[in-house]
Design a protein around this ligand. Structure first.
Ligand code: DGY
Length: 319
């Protein structure tokens, strides 16, 4: 008998085809967003669940999952939507999909930097609303990216690809992480021991840290004060790493020139003031949203399922 897998969202056809071939998938062709109760109900008789970050597996949800469920194979690199301690306590295996989305997320980060620096939201609105009337040397003047200093907070897989892409813009790379990377991974990037030590070196700051209790509101008023005046902040990691009130205050006061955001606290019901600010370039959590990456994420999640059901240790086990 093929294992039963509850798939919580619509996945690419090739991913669903592979699931049909090797498993008994319970699919979601309408791409409906399920509540915790609905997941518990639909998981009856399932051996595994393949969710996205949009489904929350709190301790309360995990406690009520049917006994048959052995594994949560996330279709995401982030797994802050899963209470991993509760999963561990219950003997549930949890996996994620690292590596395969680093390129797409780094591309999006570059887009956030360029969009924020070159005032893409304002420019696009002017053209669409026919408010664009003229050209002059003082019209829509932005900030140049080329040759600036880029600080990367969180020098993991995505952060390192961002560094590589940014070198194409002749940027000088600075970073902070829990520990210093090897010279090979650094590739000339300059290490700073603490986030506070990194800040003064950032004309641009890109956040690529993992969401954890230690990184909640990491970018707060104190850290922002240490950035050079006029710096630009971008975030394609998780919304929780930013203190929204502090960022919004800095964008209003002119301490920061601009921000580019793809992720937010309380998505999609984001802090309403972001929508009012013209100096933020806003995207709807699409860092990994390319055709190639979605397929790679699905296949990586299935590789993890295959390992579990073959009695092996899955490659990307996080709990
Ligand atoms: C991830 O994989 O964590 C992305 O944010 C999409 O969920």
């Amino acid at each position: 008998m093929k294992p039963v897998v509850l798939v919580t969202r619509k996945l690419p056809d090739s991913v669903e085809d592979r699931l049909r071939r090797d498993y008994n998938p319970i699919l979601n062709p309408g791409d409906v967003l399920y509540s915790g109760d609905e997941i518990i109900e639909r998981a009856k008789g399932a051996d595994a669940i393949m969710p996205c970050h949009t489904e929350k597996f709190s301790a309360a949800v995990i406690a009520r999952l049917p006994e048959s469920v052995r594994v949560i194979a996330n279709f995401s690199v982030g797994y802050d939507h899963v209470d991993t301690e509760a999963a561990r306590a219950r003997g549930l295996i949890v996996t994620n999909t690292p590596e395969v989305l680093s390129d797409a997320t780094a591309e999006l980060t570059m887009m956030l930097m360029l969009g924020a620096a070159r005032r893409a939201s304002e420019g696009e609105r002017l053209v669409r609303t026919r408010e664009w009337k003229d050209w002059s040397p003082s019209f829509m003047v932005g900030t140049q990216v080329t040759g600036k200093r880029l600080g990367i907070l969180g020098f993991g897989r995505v952060g390192r690809v961002v560094a590589k892409r940014a070198r194409g813009f002749d940027m000088e790379i600075h970073y902070n992480d829990i520990k210093r990377a090897s010279p090979e991974l650094e590739a000339g990037a300059i290490f700073h021991k603490t986030p506070a030590e990194l800040m003064p070196h950032c004309d641009f700051l890109a956040l690529h840290c993992v969401a954890s209790p230690q990184t909640v509101k990491l970018l707060n008023a104190e850290l922002i004060a240490l950035l050079p005046d006029g710096a630009i902040v971008v975030n394609a990691s998780r919304g929780v790493v930013i203190d929204d009130d502090a960022l919004i205050a800095a964008l209003k006061s002119g301490k920061l020139t601009a921000a580019g955001l793809d992720v937010y606290n309380n998505e999609p019901d984001i802090h309403p003031e972001y929508r009012q600010l013209t100096n933020v370039f806003l995207m709807p959590h699409i860092g990994s949203a390319t055709k190639e990456t979605r397929i790679a994420m699905g296949f990586r999640a299935i590789d993890n399922l295959d390992a579990v059901f073959a009695g092996k240790e899955p490659r990307d086990r996080v709990a």
